[in-house]
Design a protein around this ligand. Structure first.
Ligand code: CP3
Length: 313
């Protein structure tokens, strides 16, 4: 298995930065849209053979340096009896059950089954993931200590199950946490995220923390000692990287919108990022948020080839 990505996560010297992008298996891909024309999102996520196929699409087409499990951060809510309503063109909505339900994490066994299938065929490391407790509870509309606790404990078991199945790295998407006001961040987001990270660390599998607005709570995230921190595109990554200890990798942070437009706007931004980061061990090239359905396929092709022909001096 090619291990550039895992080396960069350990901040080891690598010949060039590894690249993968958030939502790399998504609607910008014609192959994905073709599968979605035949199956619902839920069906793709719940069927290990299909989820495996979708995870492979961007790896087979572009040769990214890491794969991310095809699933969603909201599947954890199934354990509490929530149903995911997927409204075409409108996104996801969670529907609460009429009474309290608590299913064991094993009811999400289609996820480790997918991971086991993927580990047989993937040429690159596999990233497992879950949502941060705050972000998941926000979608569940249950932002109380009791629910934050329940989701934290479930997420711990869920990530451990992914590790047991063979995930090589884990990303926690606490997408909305960075936008909280300081008091809220310190009471309803950070303590639960911290508990989750602390519980998973003994597995030895590297953890990436991604929040939009992570730069606002940088010292708090550094204190959790993840393998890497992911940044959105609001910050100059090289400036932020100076404040991150050299044993913690940084991931990011190209503006995803640049992939929707002409190469003449994309190329200078990519060069800026690569130049600024070239001396930083532990840099993982990614977007600052998920790739958009409008991204041009030829831009993605160009980006992967371009990053992969870099040489770090
Ligand atoms: O990155 C990947 O390719 C792996 C799979 C993945 C998906 N969602 C697939 C998906 C991952 C890691 C996620 C994370 C996720 N899901 C987050 C955190 C990251 C972020 O975007 O901030 C959040 C908040 C969600 C919840 C979610 N999923 C929403 C709100 C929506 C609807 C809005 C939208 O983008 O369509 C989704 C749907 C979703 N998740 C799709 C995919 C490929 C689109 C499904 C489709 O239309 O076929």
């Amino acid at each position: 298995m090619q291990d550039l990505f895992l080396k960069a996560l350990r901040c080891e010297k690598v010949p060039r930065p590894p690249i993968w992008i958030m939502r790399q298996a998504g609607r910008y891909l014609p192959e994905y849209r073709a599968l979605r024309a035949r199956h619902s999102f839920q069906k793709l996520v719940h069927t290990p053979e299909l989820a495996t196929q979708v995870t492979h699409l961007p790896i087979d087409r572009f040769g990214f340096d890491a794969a991310i499990l095809f699933s969603d951060i909201l599947v954890i809510a199934e354990l509490f009896g929530y149903e995911i309503d997927f409204i075409e063109g409108k996104g996801m909505k969670l529907r609460a059950p009429s009474q309290e339900i608590d299913l064991p994490v094993e009811s999400l066994r289609y996820v480790p089954e997918t991971i086991r299938l993927l580990k047989k065929t993937l040429p690159v490391p596999l990233i497992g993931f879950c949502g941060g407790p705050y972000t998941v509870c926000k979608y569940m509309e249950r932002l109380t200590p009791k629910w934050l606790d329940k989701v934290t404990e479930a997420s711990i078991s869920y990530l451990k199950m992914q590790v047991d199945a063979g995930a090589d790295a884990l990303q926690i998407f606490d997408s909305w946490a960075g936008h909280l006001e300081p008091h809220d961040f310190h009471t309803i987001a950070l303590p639960y995220l911290a508990r989750l990270v602390k519980a998973i660390k003994p597995t030895g599998v590297p953890i990436i923390i991604f929040c939009r607005g992570s730069h606002r709570y940088l010292s708090e995230l550094i204190a959790l000692e993840p393998a890497a921190i992911g940044f959105d595109y609001e910050v100059d990554l090289s400036e932020i990287a100076k404040q991150v200890p050299s044993h913690i990798a940084v991931q990011g942070n190209l503006n995803p919108e640049l992939l929707n437009g002409p190469l003449s706007s994309l190329e200078p931004a990519v060069n800026y990022l690569l130049d600024a980061m070239q001396d930083r061990p532990g840099f993982i090239f990614n977007l600052g948020h998920g790739i958009e359905p409008l991204a041009r396929i030829e831009n993605v092709q160009w980006l992967v080839e371009y990053v992969q022909k870099q040489k770090v001096h």
